[in-house]
Ligand binder design. Structure first.
Ligand SMILES: C[S@@+](CC[C@H](N)C(=O)[O-])C[C@H]1O[C@@H](n2cnc3c(N)ncnc32)[C@H](O)[C@@H]1O
Length: 222
């Protein structure tokens, strides 16, 4: 699908850079360009299919994309392999993965998404953003995980309730692997018996506090 002239307001690179500064992040030129390409395609495709709730770029940047730069900082604080194999399950509109790769380019990154129209969107954005070592897997997570295992890092946003996600991914994790949960509440004091929380981080999103939890299987922690 090619970008068409529409009535939607597509931000200029300078507007994106200024808005990011107002959200507390200074972007480099490549990040501005990457976000500009992502936002333009997202705004156009979002008019024809339901990719994200917000329709205006500033809300998308503040409510959705900013999570990815906070997530990049959290991932940098974890004890991960130098070039991890990461899966992003139920990637949908490419969140958190596509913006994340501008801020955290390590290892190989697989965006797993079952719906064909969404994978078509992801492929077009991927080609426009020219992200390194980042791939779209048009598959069910249940099929992609065995094919991509052993997995060093599992991410997902709004895909499955976290206890179900842990059950789904556990058989396919490498030794020392982590699952990072993006949550609206702090890490629970009681974990499932076979999991340990190894880190957590709170940050303030556009409207409320948000959290990342890093969880590892108890018997194969690093
Ligand atoms: C609520 S959306 C979240 C999308 C994106 N992560 C975000 O935060 O905007 C969940 C996505 O998971 C996809 N999905 C649902 N079940 C799946 C499965 N078994 N394997 C892969 N993707 C799946 C859906 O098609 C949908 O795009």
């Amino acid at each position: 699908m090619a970008a068409q002239k529409t009535s939607i307001a597509v931000p200029t690179p300078n507007q994106i850079a200024d808005a990011a500064v107002s959200l507390g992040r200074v972007l480099d030129g490549e990040q501005v360009l990457g976000l500009s390409r992502y936002l333009e395609l997202l705004l156009v495709w979002n008019q024809r299919m339901n990719l994200v709730g917000p329709q205006d770029w500033h809300t998308i940047l503040a409510d959705l994309i900013a999570d990815s730069w906070h997530l990049a900082d959290f991932l940098n604080s974890l004890n991960l392999p130098e070039a991890p194999c990461t899966v992003d399950l139920g990637a949908g509109a490419g969140l958190p993965g596509l913006p994340l790769r501008l801020f955290w380019p390590h290892g190989v990154y697989h965006l797993v998404e079952i719906r064909r129209k969404r994978t078509a969107f992801l492929l077009q954005v991927l080609s426009a953003m020219q992200l390194q070592r980042t791939f779209v897997r048009p598959q069910r997570a249940e099929q992609a995980l065995p094919a991509l295992a052993p997995v060093d890092l599992c991410l997902s946003r709004a895909f499955l309730p976290w206890p179900e996600l842990l059950k789904l991914v556990k058989p396919w994790l490498a030794r020392g692997a982590a699952v990072v949960i993006m949550a609206n509440e702090p890490v629970p004091s009681v974990m499932p018996p076979d999991w340990v929380a190894t880190g957590s981080h709170r940050y303030t999103g556009s409207d409320k506090d948000r959290y990342f939890w890093s969880l590892v299987p108890a018997n194969i922690s690093r």
